[in-house]
Ligand binder design. Structure first.
Ligand SMILES: NC(=O)c1ccc[n+]([C@@H]2O[C@H](COP(=O)([O-])OP(=O)(O)OC[C@H]3O[C@@H](n4cnc5c(N)ncnc54)[C@H](O)[C@@H]3O)[C@@H](O)[C@H]2O)c1
Length: 445
């Protein structure tokens, strides 16, 4: 049965959630405090780059199922389910900052009380939140609007930026933490159109649902860090991390994904979720040493890459680097906690200059670095005047460059490849010097 849904927070998660629920026939009211974003969305302008989202967004705005507002009351009054898709950034101690989630829950409950709305409503935590947040939201709701029929549900989101529409439309699974039967029925109804192929909806208690999200992200971060530490070992003994990746990835007990050695994980989720799980497990007296080690390994990985560059030149003073890739991974414009950004900071503080290019993340980079670096129009333009090339994101368009052009454009024909895009044996034939991750260096000497 189509319903009216409120989505609070129209970022990467909220916008995808709202658009996909509208596409499945619901009426969706998206709320954001960012007035400019809301204005632009009303005109169908995308605030983020997410492949495939623009067409569905446009279609659902046109057919009137998807609307945008800055007015929370509008969504609370009209909707039976309110999804909280709000930021949960790390606090100074690494814990997830819940001010946005708790603040909106309180405001929404206040509206329900003031308007004396007696209809059953479900508040859904879609943000990544630590264990017992559903309990905290429930107590705020009970304090603010006692006796009003509001259920609180935990429904963590597992979408990947770059594949968010596909992940939302055809999820591997849906996780719902809920205890009230009416809320469970509504959540089942809402998600059934997305699991027609038979993928499961797991109903569980709220705490287990909350931990499931952290467990997924931290486990994936651990896999990446494991491969990154192993890549260091490979470099020491002359082995090849890519061969090892294929050797273990084809074992069905292990699987192929999240085994790529590189510059370390980044993005808006893994770094903060690792920190938050470390914080909450420490607080519970159940320390997760493996996750702590993954975080430490992640830090060392990008430092080691920087040291590789530094060691090659002795001093970086006055050197100019072309940098390909700024987004934390391909197919997104998201640069939050991007390894490329860490690297730029290290290069600049060592006296180097940077010219950067990314197919989608230039605007977000300009907001952070302003005129501290130069910006190129394309990957070839980026090479002009550079001494060497650094690759920080594995966009497809970087995978088959013209090595002759590259060699002629760079003052010193050197590539530092943080994503293992090329085969070292192929590079050896080009006359370029090549440093990658966990594989032999091609020094041409
Ligand atoms: N980005 C992802 O790939 C991803 C995947 C799964 C889960 N998550 C989790 O989902 C949550 C949201 O992440 P995101 O990446 O979408 O964040 P985001 O920063 O892209 O979007 C958050 C939005 O909330 C808005 N907002 C802030 N305060 C508000 C308020 N009081 N009222 C209305 N709107 C408000 C902001 O303006 C922004 O548009 C986080 O907890 C994140 O960890 C993110």
């Amino acid at each position: 049965m189509p319903r009216t849904l409120g989505i609070v927070g129209t970022g990467y998660v909220g916008l995808v959630t709202g658009t996909c629920f509208a596409e499945s026939g619901n009426r969706v009211i998206c709320v954001d405090i960012d007035e400019r974003k809301v204005q632009e969305l009303r005109q169908g302008k995308m605030p983020i780059f997410e492949p495939g989202l623009d067409h569905i967004l446009e279609r659902n705005i046109k057919n009137g199922r998807l609307t945008f507002t800055t007015n929370l009351e509008e969504a609370v009054v009209a909707s039976s389910v309110l999804f909280l898709c709000l930021p949960t950034p790390p606090d100074e101690d690494g814990s997830a900052d819940l001010q946005y989630v708790l603040g909106v829950a309180r405001d929404a409950a206040r509206i329900i009380k003031e308007k004396d709305i007696k209809d059953f409503k479900v508040f859904v935590n879609k943000s990544t939140v630590p264990v017992q947040t559903a309990e905290k939201v429930t107590s705020i709701v009970r304090e603010t609007a006692p006796d009003y029929p509001i259920a609180v549900v935990s429904n963590p989101e597992f979408l990947r930026e770059g594949f968010a529409v596909e992940d939302f439309m055809k999820p591997d699974r849906i996780v719902v933490g809920a205890s009230e039967e009416r809320a469970i029925d509504i959540m089942r109804d809402l998600y059934e159109p997305f699991v027609r192929s038979g993928n499961p909806i797991f109903f569980m208690d709220e705490k287990s649902a909350e931990i499931t999200k952290y467990a997924a992200n931290c486990y994936l971060a651990m896999r990446i860090s494991f491969m990154n530490e192993l890549s260091h070992y490979c470099e020491k003994v002359g082995a090849d991390i890519e061969q090892i990746r294929m050797g273990i990835g084809s074992d069905s007990r292990i699987g192929k994904r999240f085994l790529f050695a590189g510059l370390g994980y980044g993005g808006s989720c893994f770094p903060k979720d690792v920190k938050a799980l470390i914080h909450s497990t420490d607080a519970a007296g159940a320390t997760l040493g493996l996750v702590k080690a993954a975080e430490e390994a992640n830090y060392h990985q990008s430092e080691r890459f920087f040291t590789k560059i530094l060691t090659r030149f002795d001093s970086l003073e006055g050197k100019r680097f072309a940098l390909w890739g700024l987004a934390f991974k391909p197919n997104t414009d998201d640069t939050r906690e991007a390894p490329a950004f860490r690297l730029i900071e290290r290069l600049l503080s060592a006296g180097a200059a940077v010219t950067a290019y990314d197919p989608e993340a230039m605007e977000n980079t300009k907001h952070v670095f302003g005129d501290r670096i130069r910006y190129a129009n394309d990957s070839t333009d980026c090479l002009k005047g550079a001494d060497a090339l650094i690759i920080a994101t594995e966009w497809n368009e970087f995978r088959s460059p013209d090595f002759e052009v590259l060699k002629k454009s760079l003052t010193m024909p050197i590539i530092f490849d943080g994503r293992n895009l090329f085969d070292p044996d192929d590079i050896a034939k080009t006359g370029l010097e090549y440093y990658s991750i966990g594989r032999k260096a091609i020094t041409q000497s």
